[in-house]
Design a protein around this ligand. Sequence first.
Ligand code: HEM
Length: 485
Amino acid sequence: VVDWKFKAYQDLPGPRRWPLIGNVVSFLGAGPVEIFDQLIAFAATYGKVYKLDFFYDYTIVYSSPEAAEAILTSPAFAAKSQDYDKVSEWIGNGLLISRGQKWFTHRKVITPGFHFKILENFVPVFNRQAEAFCAKLERLSERSGKAVNIFPELKLLTLGIICETAMGVGVDGDTQQSYYTQIVEELSSILYWRMFNVFVNIDALFRLTRTSKRFDELVKKSWNFTLDMIDKRRKINQLEEQNRGSDGRNEDESFGKRKRALLDTLLEARIEGKSLTDEEIREEVDTFTFAGHDTTASAMTFILYNVAKHPIVQERIYQEIVSEIGEDFCELSLSSLNNLHYMELAIKESLRLFPPVPVIARIATEDTELLSETITRGTSVAIDIFTMHHSVDYFPDAERFDPDRFEGARSTQSFNPYTYIPFSAGSRNCIGQKFAQYELKTTLVKLLQRFEIRLTDPNYVPTLKAEIVLKPAEGLPLKFIRRSV
Ligand code: HEM
């Protein structure tokens, strides 16, 4: 059996393996920056399909649109890979990780919560929070353009937005928010370590480490944070019931009380006549708070990096804002945001070069064919989105930041839509895609209305790591120069 296992996928290239332990050594002792570099280097060396072997547990890594399409549309790859099981110890079996009937029914009841009419209600929150964020940046810059490490600040912003819109609960200021973002930071880092270190990947061994106690502690803290939000929302809804006028109309106008939040969709959902259990609600809320803030903060961080690095692009976006919206803060709406065409191209291009979710993975639940290779049940397949987005085979002069490359690209027949998938594709695509895009646009409008954004050093290149979400390993210092008034 061992011999057969060693010979599995022998036609596929891959880094040199040791008997039994396979490629374990490639990642032992490596930190997140080295792991990410290693994966990029493997793809450069071995091409669009290669194998990784951890104790004969194989992961086949793909970076072509043909493979992405085949994987994302095949029922044989409908289940997320084992790496996600580790994440589920924290966020549970919510939409991101569940499968089969549970995923299907939950996705069906949650989808209306992202209808554009509901998104429209969220835009005032995007407006208000983004404006408050500008005021904060002004304070942090001390009006003198002092550099600000933008990534942690953006995490606070996106968390605040997700709590208020999706959960319908305001979070009490930065202290509570940074408490939660730090928990997420530490949990992501532990989970990533477990994914690439085979020893702690094994549950029984992980349980022997001191980190496992810390992990449990953090999970509990994270759950308390979300349970508290659910509790607050339930109370708000009860109050609202009591305040309802005799004509059935709500008399309380303040946000969070009247506007429908995603959490209300969950609280009111009925599947075969039954409500979701408290645990199911917590799992979904944990999934949204996690999936909805870290990704968007990463996207915004790299968008700001790109516009700072390319002043000509920044100026073009600014001029579009001035002509479509104006120089001053005003209440943005979905339709005014829809008019910002060039900004849309720039955001798209930034998500190509810096996809916040650089790799996704599935597991084969049956033996199946994939691009003329037989994939046996239990093998993981990964789509290396980052590498595909950087390939010169699909994007000429791929390293160049060029928003215009997307002008008309989708209408050309030769462009396979699976070549560009920052939000994944198919039935398990990102449910928050539109939400994120409007949030990013609102924030960028407000920031550029108020500031010119500059790098501290024009040649600065961020070091990347991918602790589930793509991040600047050493933060990202940017200068925000107040536009003259
Ligand atoms: C720029 C920001 C974002 C990016 C790049 C992004 C990217 C992705 C990707 C690549 C997936 C597929 C993951 C996989 O196959 O394992 C995904 C799924 C998901 N995303 Fe997002 N996301 C973003 C923002 C958001 C927001 C704001 C929310 C919530 C409000 C959200 C909620 C989800 C959920 C719930 C799923 C799982 C969907 C399912 O399996 O049915 N995401 N996202």
